[in-house]
Structures are given as C-alpha cells and as structure tokens.
Design a protein around this ligand. Structure first.
Ligand code: DGL
Length: 266
C-alpha cells in the first residue's frame, strides 16, 4: 500500500469532520478522502442492516479510490458495522473504528462512573458498555440516547437556544447524575462541546473522541509502515446529497475552496 495514498474517512454527515480535522492537525502530511452519507442521515435511527449496507458501499467506494486505510468516523457505524467491515477488508488495509481508542483512553484514566451519550443505535448496541467492562471490571456505565442532537447540528442549529434546551433536557437525566466522565459517543457532538461543558459546570471530564482517534490513527499507520512522507496533503470531500450545512461546516474546518463532490452510491 502506497504511503502517500489518502486515508478514507466516512460518517453520515458533518460529524466525521471533527475526526478528519483532528487527523489533519495531528498528521499534516496525510491526505484524505471524506465521505459524508447525507442522503441516509441520520444513521442512528436506521436498522443494523441498513447501517451495515451503507457502510459497506462507502468503504468499497473509498477502497476503489485508492485509500490506504479506513477510519469509520461515526460511532453508529463503528458500533454496528465495524466487525463486518473489519472481517471483509481488515486483511487488505487497516480499518479503524472510533470506539476502541476511546475505551482504551478511559481505561487509562481509571474512571469508575462513566456516562455515554450517543445515537439510539449506538446506545442500543451497548458497544461502549461491553468494551468498557472488558477493560475495567468495576466500571459503571450510564448510557443515554440523545437522538435529537444530530438533526439539530445538521440543521445548523448548534449554539442556539434550541440546542441548549435540548442538551439541558438530556443532561439532566438522573442516570448521568454522579458520573466522573462523559463520553461524547457521536462524532457530531464535539460541535456542541462548549455548550455541554457549560451545562456540566466543569464537574465532569468530557471525553471527545477526535484527538484520541487521531492519535490512534497515527500509531496504526506507523505500525503498518504507511505514514505519509510527502510535504503537501490534499483532501477530497464526497457527499451522497449536497447540503449547505455540510459545505459551511467543512469550510470552517478546512479552507474556503474545498473540493466538494456529490456522489450517489445506489
Ligand atoms: N456522527 C455519527 C455518530 O457518531 C452520527 C450518526 C447519525 O447519523 O445518526 O454516531
């Protein structure tokens, strides 16, 4: 696999841009191809079969475009489709999910009371509980599905009274009452980080996945001997359905002149 081939990164929408941005910061020589499956957004309310089908199609496409590694920059697809994707493609290239690196980071911090917020599919999968219990026998995990947050972000309503009210409602759930750390178990949620921090009044450590995942991507590419060694990186953005919000948020993370290509997969 060529070192200077792009990394394939995908999500249902803008959430994975938080991961792509952290990867670009941590590994400035890397190029990536980003796929936002806005046509099928939100993944969190879809069936496991649908999420797996979309993920397989996207990864087939990204591999066809010459990607050297795949980052599933979506907790929902990581929770539901990672095993299938890794089984199918793991022998030809690294397939990286966003859940395992976060679980490893929590295990190092040795928190015992951990909260997780995520989409319905992620929470129902119990992916965080199962993996955290393997790493820390005495951890107590409280999980709360927060399905309105992705549509709010994709509608461009982050940092408004609407997002604050919805967050206040979810975070006041008694299940999250005594947690030491809160995992933002959806890659969209770092876009609400400040609002979440304000509501939690610095009493809870907020675990954002993008930087943790970027660090893990760096280690995995290095272990496979496929870290880019060229000076200039370039990125491509594919969307299954063009949205203004995606374009606007992508421009805030990257440059004014990003290459945004509409690509329908079925
Ligand atoms: N960013 C995706 C995640 O991490 C959002 C899922 C959705 O589209 O509902 O789960």
């Amino acid at each position: 696999m060529a070192k200077n081939s792009p990394i394939g990164i995908f999500d249902s929408g803008v959430g994975g841009l938080t991961v792509a941005n952290a990867i670009a910061d941590a590994l400035p020589k890397e190029s990536f191809i980003y796929f936002g499956d806005t046509k099928h957004l939100p993944y969190g309310d879809k069936s496991n079969e649908a999420i797996t089908k979309y993920s397989l199609e996207i990864v087939d496409f990204l591999i066809g475009e010459g990607c050297k590694a795949i980052v599933i920059a979506c907790n929902t697809a990581s929770a539901i489709a990672y095993d299938v994707l890794n089984e199918k493609y793991g022998k030809i290239l690294p397939v990286i999910n966003v859940i395992d690196p976060v679980v490893e980071a929590i295990a190092l911090r040795k928190h015992h009371l951990v909260g997780v917020i995520g989409t319905r599919a992620t929470i129902n999968s119990r992916a965080y509980e199962t993996r955290l219990h393997k790493e820390l026998s005495d951890v107590h995990v409280s999980s709360v599905a927060t399905p309105l947050l992705v549509p709010v972000i994709e509608e461009g309503l982050a940092h408004t009274s609407i997002s604050r009210q919805i967050l206040a409602h979810y975070l006041s759930n008694p299940a999250l009452g005594s947690i030491q750390a809160l995992i933002l178990g959806c890659t969209h949620y770092p876009l609400l980080h400040q609002e979440i921090e304000d509501l939690l009044e610095n009493k809870v450590e907020i675990i954002d996945s993008p930087q943790i995942v970027a660090e893990s991507v760096s280690q995995i590419l290095s272990a496979h001997g496929i870290l880019a060694n060229q000076k200039h990186s370039s990125h491509l953005f594919y969307l299954s359905d063009y949205t203004e919000t995606f374009h606007r948020i992508a421009k805030t993370f990257f440059s004014e002149s990003i290459d945004l290509i509409e690509k329908r997969l079925d």
